[in-house]
Design a protein around this ligand. Structure first.
Ligand SMILES: *[C@@H]1O[C@H](CO)[C@@H](O)[C@H](O)[C@H]1NC(C)=O
Ligand SMILES: *[C@@H]1O[C@H](CO)[C@@H](O)[C@H](O)[C@H]1NC(C)=O
Ligand SMILES: *[C@@H]1O[C@H](CO)[C@@H](O)[C@H](O)[C@H]1NC(C)=O
Length: 234
């Protein structure tokens, strides 16, 4: 009996959910292989090495993009093999960001230099650059993130099923409530996923759509050692 691609897709997603539950009980970090978690009574307390520091993180949902970018731009010591030149997918947006304690980007970023600029909540530059006196009055919220994926070996899967599998992956793996996935659309070999979340809709506990978008990008380019990877399904 041959297994249809759809079944394989379903099986892979199921496996992914089981793995995260098993890891969760162990008090380990589901969202970063380098997350270091210790059980403390009923709580599971996690930290992530970012540069020379250990930063407290919540390992039950995607780790804020600001922390991840900071980690990437501070590889730290310990003899890590340098990344091959072409391994970094980030399109020239990488800098060493300043993050708030909860992982939100500070409105003004200077990349450890004398040159500063203002960013939005996805950490993307939104103004000209200036000197140290450059003022950024507020962190402008990115309320719409479009994720573009390329289909790979999914031609035989009905679009409705693929749509459901993608939505389920985003809610299960990335913990984004389904109401923030506003559209999934197919155009030739491309899949467009609209994530929308404005200030009034997002509760403090909701994962941010910018963090989800960043995770999807990393998972798809296999930079994270994740056990369930959207890329392997596409
Ligand atoms: C940030 O600084 C690094 C190292 O000085 C540099 O390579 C990189 O281009 C800078 N990034 C931005 C966005 O200015
Ligand atoms: C498409 O999927 C196959 C395996 O199913 C994989 O070997 C190949 O690298 C993928 N191509 C892209 C562009 O991701
Ligand atoms: C946020 O989105 C909701 C639902 O789409 C909408 O009703 C509301 O007006 C929006 N709020 C702001 C401040 O844009």
């Amino acid at each position: 009996m041959t297994i249809s691609p759809l079944f394989r897709l379903g099986a892979a997603l199921l496996c992914c959910i089981l793995i995260s539950q098993a890891l969760g009980q162990d008090c380990s970090c589901n969202f970063h292989v380098k997350g270091d978690c210790q059980a403390n009574g009923n709580a599971c307390v996690c930290k992530l090495p970012i540069g020379p520091d250990l930063t407290p993180i919540d390992c039950t949902k995607p780790i804020p993009k600001c922390f991840l970018m900071k980690r990437e731009s501070n590889p730290g010591k310990g003899g890590r093999r340098p990344k091959p030149e072409n391994a970094l997918v980030d399109n020239d947006g990488l800098y060493n960001p300043d993050c708030e304690g909860n992982g939100i980007f500070k409105a003004r970023q200077c990349n450890n230099t004398e040159t500063c600029w203002c960013v939005n909540s996805a950490g993307v530059r939104r103004t000209d650059k200036g000197d140290k006196n450059w003022k950024c009055t507020e962190l402008v919220r990115t309320f719409w993130v479009i994720v573009q994926l390329t289909r790979n070996n999914t031609d035989s899967i009905p679009e409705a099923d693929l749509k459901k599998a993608i939505a389920d992956t985003i809610t299960n793996r990335y913990k984004l409530p389904a109401k923030f996935i506003t559209n999934i659309e197919f155009e030739g070999p491309l899949i467009y996923i609209d994530l929308k979340q404005n200030t009034t809709e997002k509760t403090p506990n909701d994962v941010d759509i910018a963090d989800v978008g960043y995770y999807m990008e990393k998972d798809v380019s296999s930079q994270f050692n994740t056990q369930c990877v959207l890329a392997s399904l596409m």
